[in-house]
Write a protein that binds this ligand. Structure first.
Ligand SMILES: Nc1ncnc2c1ncn2[C@@H]1O[C@H](COP(=O)(O)OP(=O)(O)OP(=O)(O)O)[C@@H](O)[C@H]1O
Ligand SMILES: [Mg+2]
Length: 508
């Protein structure tokens, strides 16, 4: 590739190889990172993107090959070494401490001290506030991380990376949990950083972000470098083809479904905010979903979409009111166990917190919510459990060397596939999906759409929350919109238009 020859290479990696037991994650990969540019790195789930970034940022210290910063060979012993020369990373999997405050997380291990050698909270909080205001996130910096939704946690991670003096900032799927306005703010910030000469290494599965943001693109496939190019010299279709290694012909086309009987009906679901101010997160929401129907729920982040699914699933029983009927019978769902018994399954938004046990093997995670199915005379049937896991590993194409592999060792997107498998294995009547394709590559997304379609065809009732309008329009039979906790619109498939749906989801 010849980019603009005037652009200055700040990092050059040469023949980087890295293996894990049973997997060759990277094989002799070369990478050039240009100063003052957005250098995107793309590839399917498991292609080796995060591994490469972990090497550049000092997380992994054992690998073959070398890399140079401004022509000087570097070898980091840890992430602190990397930060000292100006390389900082925002990880794909958020690494904040949940019970500590926003400010404490940003300055963890390097808190400003006062003259008595104690933490100077006032200065620390003030510094944190300034950082967050650059990201247009106005909040009390003493709030605990655990009280933030996942997109807000992402913003704190970004603020933390910015608090170091950066020359190279690595962002591993930074927008996967951000709303549109948060994404726009981030893009503005990225542009102001590149204008100052900072190099951005940007990993994404969202192809439209390449055109909007990136100057250079590097394509990885199965741990190998496939191509690097200036974005203006390569078409997005070509990039996708290089990522996947073939033409994608079978793009998702929704099948014709015949709606069955009503499966679930919810009436006047209301959820109070915690605290005593009498405010509501959800107010009087009613809808029903039939067998073989996919209902999409669209709303901006913070509109109450996640809370709605969680409330139906019995996670907020103490603060919620409303009535739920399943197949015509009223049911009381006060906790997730009751929900699963009633035939519900919920794929949560935050897989790391709610969906997976990271240290446990793939097969154990898959069977976690469906143990009753694989019991035989009260004993766990190991053969059935293994068989079920293998089936999903193949069907979902979970990149791994065996079902025994701990989930922690999978790439982010492949972890998501395990969560999806886990909930499908419960064989639910009603499946609630919260952002099912977050972090999933273009090709695997299509697979998940097909799977949702097939499940509906077989008679399941499905509810999908997504913040990607094209996605939700492609897979749903009907869409309802939610704004500030209230139902604001309903559209049948023939009425779908981005403009109408967006308008119904916006306040005012
Ligand atoms: N700690 C680990 N132990 C064992 N294998 C690992 C480990 N980390 C990653 N791998 C494997 O290395 C390969 C590359 O993973 P990596 O996380 O770099 O992929 P990625 O391109 O970032 O994918 P995604 O888009 O899903 O985040 C995968 O096959 C993954 O299972
Ligand atoms: Mg990754």
């Amino acid at each position: 590739m010849k980019g603009n020859t005037a652009d200055k290479v700040i990092i050059e990696a040469r023949k980087i190889s890295k293996s894990f037991p049973g997997v060759r994650a990277l094989h002799e990969v070369d990478l050039k990172v240009y100063a003052g540019k957005v250098n995107s790195v793309v590839g399917e789930n498991g292609a080796g993107k995060s591994t490469l970034m972990n090497i550049l940022s000092g997380v992994y210290t054992e690998y073959d090959g070398e890399f140079l910063l401004n022509g000087q060979k570097l070898a980091f012993k840890n992430t602190t070494d990397a930060r000292q020369v100006g390389i900082s990373i925002i990880h794909q999997e958020l690494q904040l401490v949940p019970h500590m405050s926003i400010a404490e997380n940003i300055f963890l291990g390097r808190e400003p001290l006062n003259s008595m050698g104690l933490i100077d909270y006032k200065t620390m909080d003030e510094k944190a506030r300034i950082l967050l205001s650059k990201l247009e996130f106005e909040t009390d910096v003493r709030r605990k991380i655990s009280s933030l939704r996942i997109g807000q946690q992402q913003i704190v991670e970004i603020a933390k990376a910015l608090s170091f003096d950066v020359r190279v900032l690595i962002m591993d799927e930074p927008t996967s949990a951000l709303s549109e306005s948060e994404t726009n703010t981030l893009f503005k910030l990225i542009r102001s950083l590149t204008a100052k000469g900072v190099a951005i290494v940007y990993i994404t599965h969202k192809m439209d972000e390449l055109a909007q943001l990136a100057d250079y693109v590097t394509v990885l496939r199965d741990g190998c470098l496939i191509r690097e190019a200036a974005v203006k010299n390569i078409a997005v279709d070509e990039i996708v083809k290089l990522m996947v290694g073939r033409d994608i012909k079978d793009f998702f086309v929704k099948k014709q479904h015949k709606k069955g009987k009503v499966k679930i009906e919810i009436e006047d679901v209301t959820l109070k905010k915690s605290g005593k101010d009498g405010k509501f997160l959800l107010k009087d929401i009613s809808f029903s979903v039939n067998a073989s129907e996919v209902l999409g729920i669209y709303g901006l982040m913070g509109a109450g979409r996640t809370e709605l699914l969680e409330t139906i699933f019995g996670l907020h029983a103490a603060r919620a009111t409303g009535v739920v009927f399943i197949e015509g019978k009223q049911v009381r769902i006060n906790n997730p166990d009751a929900a699963i018994k009633a035939g519900l399954a919920l794929l949560p938004e935050d897989r790391k917190r709610d969906g997976l046990v990271l240290e446990m093997a793939i097969y154990k995670n898959i069977s976690l919510a469906s143990l009753s199915k694989i019991l035989k005379n009260g004993l766990l049937n190991k053969v059935l459990e293994a068989k079920q896991a293998e089936m999903y590993r193949k069907k979902m194409d979970i990149k791994s060397y065996s079902s025994n592999q701990p989930v922690r060792k999978l790439s982010g997107g492949n972890q998501q596939k395990v969560v999806v498998s886990k909930w499908l294995a419960t064989d639910p009547k009603i499946l609630l999906l919260d952002e099912p394709t977050r972090g999933i590559d273009v090709n695997a997304k299509n697979e998940i759409y097909k799977l949702i379609d097939d499940l509906a065809l077989q008679g399941m009732a499905i509810v999908v929350v997504s913040s990607e309008l094209p996605e939700i329009m492609a897979i749903s039979d009907r869409i309802i919109t939610i704004c500030e906790g209230r139902l604001t619109g309903e559209f049948g498939r023939i009425e779908f238009s981005e403009e109408k749906i967006l308008k119904a989801a916006l306040p005012g």
